[in-house]
Structure formats: C-alpha cells, structure tokens
Ligand binder design. Sequence first.
Ligand SMILES: Cc1ncc(COP(=O)(O)O)c(C=O)c1O
Length: 467
Amino acid sequence: MERNFPYDTEDLWNKDREHVVHPWQALENQHVEGSLIVAESENIYIYDSDGEKFIDGPGGMWCVNIGYGRDEMADAIADQVRRMPYYSPFTYFGTPPAAILAAKIAELAPGDLNNVFMSTSGSEANDSAIRFVQFFNNMLGRPDKKHVITRQDAYHGSTYLAASLCGKESDKNHMDLITDWVHHISSPNPYRRPDGQSIEDFRDAKVKELEDKILEIGADKVAAFIAEPVLASGGMIVPPPGYHKKTLEVCRKHDVIYISDEVVTGFGRLGHFFASEPVFDIVPDILTCAKGLTSGYLPLAATIISDRLYDQVEGKNSQGQSFSNGYTYSAHPVSCTAALKNIEIMEREKICEHVQEVGPYFQEKLEELRDLAIVGDVRGSHLMGCVEAVMDKETKESLTFKTSKVGKRIDVHAQDRGLILRPFGNMCVFSPPLIITKGQIDTMVGIMAESVEATMADLRSEGLWDG
Ligand SMILES: Cc1ncc(COP(=O)(O)O)c(C=O)c1O
C-alpha cells in the first residue's frame, strides 16, 4: 500500500520530549533524546513519522494480537460509537456489548470462571482481583486472612496495589509500595537454578517455598497467591513442568485463592484463548486478562471470578452488601464491541491454531541464537520469546552486561535493520502479532542474529567484553 506521510517529525519529536511523560520515563535523557514517533501501522509492521518500516517484535505492548489495520474492527467501533458511545456500567444498567462479551468470556474461560468484572487495564484487573479477595474474606468473617504471596520477577501492573505485587527489583527504585501484607517468594526461573539441580528438584523446591511461606505467615492469614503462567516482563520465564499444578494444590490445601494473571498469556499468545487449563492444567479461582482481549484497539480488561467464590457472597449470602469496586469506564460499550470483534476474527481466522503451528517454529529459530557467544539463554513458549545475554556462559554472570545496557544496544542495531525489540536490562523479549508467518519469523530472527553480532563487535571494540 502506498503511504503518504504528512508528519513534521522534528515538531512532533520536540513536543513529545518537552511535554510527554512516558511510562517508565527515563528522566536522564528526556530532554536530550527523542522517542521514535510511531505514526502508522499494517499487519505486523509499524511506520515511524518519516515512513521507516519496522517489524513490531513486541506487538505494541504485547497486545496487538490480530495485527494492525483491520478495517472491520474500525467499522465495528465506529458503528457502536454512532449507536451509543457510552452509558454508565454501574449496577442496574447494562449494555448489549457488555452483556454479550461477558457471556462469551465465561464460555471461553475454563471451569466455573463465570463472573466477569471489567475495567480498562491489566493493573486494574489485578487490583480488582485483590479487592475481591479482601471483600470475600471480610464477608466470610475472616478479616485477618489478607496476606498475598507473589514472586520475584513478576509483573502485575503499575497502580499502587498492582505495583506492590510486582517482583522486578529494577522497578522498585524510589517508589513506595505495600510491604506489610504482600510477600515475595523466589522466581521459578529454571535457567538460574543451582548448578547440578534437576529440573524436578528445582520445581519441588519452589513449590515447597510457597508452602513454607504460607505456613510461616499462617494459613489463616494468607488470602491469595498471584502468578503469571509465564513471567512475561521478568524475561519470558516458563516455570518447570508441573509447577502450576503443584502450586495450585498447595493453595487448595491451605484455602488460599489462586489468581492467574493471564494479561499476556490470554487471547492466543500460547495458542489458546486462556492458557491456564489447556497448557498448564490448572483452573484458577480468579483469572485476569487485558491486552489481547481487544488486541489493543481499545482499552479493556477483565477479572473473572469462579462461581465457587462468587456464590459465597451473592444472593442469600450477600448480607445486603455491595462489592464496592468499579470505574466509570468499566465494561465500556465501545471497548466491549472491539473485544467481540477481536474474538470473532480470532475464531474465524483460527488464530489460536495458527499460533500452535508457528509458535514451535519461532522457538526453534530462536534456539539457533544459542550459538552466539553472548547468548546465555533462549527461552519462551509459542509467541513469547526471550534472548538473555551473559558475560560468561559457564558462570551466567550478567550484571556487567546489564550496566552496559546490552539489551538496549541490541535494540538499537535491530532498529537500524527494521526490527523493534523490547529490551530489559541484558534481555530482549519478543511477543509479535499472532498473525506472523513463518517467513516473517525468519526475517525477524535473522535481524536479531545480525544485531547480536553487531553488539558483540561493539562490546569488544569498547573493551567491555573479550568473548
Ligand atoms: C502479566 C501482566 N499483568 C498485568 C499487566 C498490567 O497491564 P496494564 O499495563 O494494562 O495495566 C501487564 C502489563 O504488561 C502484564 O504483563
């Protein structure tokens, strides 16, 4: 398609750096470096305001699952805006898109996850999950059962509560967080397991750590365990086989609510609408999702609560109470319309089946990068992938690489070659649009290989590495 770029890049760049405070704004460089102004998009590609074309390796923020430029999505959104752009979602009001979507989500979700509360972001979905857990225990006369267990390397969002659930050390600098009732156990990252430990022993140690933490705090005080099935922002960490099931069993044994954060893994990224049951063999008590629910076309998130929990506080068990949690834009009818269209496209085009086919291919291609001297680990599942650089493959030492911003360096070389990456410290992660083809995967991974090689050459010439 011929594209016309009417943008004044310099003007946009100046306005952006003078006035926009971006998420995770790097303050040191704000008034020096400008951001890449992303202006247009199509399929798996984005274009900057000068017309440069890039493969979108992270799929926006891991959310543009059906890809860019869907006319039927634009039409559906416009139709709903004309019909009715907004109405209050508060009790006693509903809208057709919200009702139809909630029923569809309940149909797609595993087990008895049938009660759908909607908000606009993954952070709010996780906040609402914890708020429900607190409300639930208060209603059941257990006001002390409030502690929440989470993990190092977890990412659950950026509201005060969701940020407190995160476990990435780099995000905690100079920020206040809830510490009295949120507890962290260690990351289930198999790459970082002790030398010589089998994967099964590592798994069992991690499961035991959860149980030990519950017992240390007191099972009568622990309300919930929250876990991403694959720790996404932490570096696409896939816990060992059986870990999910065993941690769920521990939670059940101690009457601890299991919250599965499927904000990234939901809506096709692992080849299913929800990964918990088909991939990890668990049916959580609460499941949260966002991002791919609308493929990022509009903001929407859901907190899906099981009948087992919900039935205990509704109807004759309600004690005349309300669950006082909600937002003006909960279940926004236009966002719900976008989600319904997104699901329709995913089902019609069999996008989950496509991911089941191309996902293993992507992982195979990524594996080839292991031959490069600074690549310590390559991991992921389906269309989630991570390449981790280390100083030394034997010792897995990575700190020096983090401080020399190796991930960022690789990203800069990738951008020169037409690929956007998502760097984290010494890692680069991938979560491309789910419609990506095998040919596009070859190009993407080929550019990654060249970019890693170019980075290795820089590090050698700067005397930072002699590998
Ligand atoms: C697993 C997970 N949970 C929650 C969130 C927070 O979602 P949001 O940025 O929409 O608030 C994210 C965002 O990246 C995420 O990766």
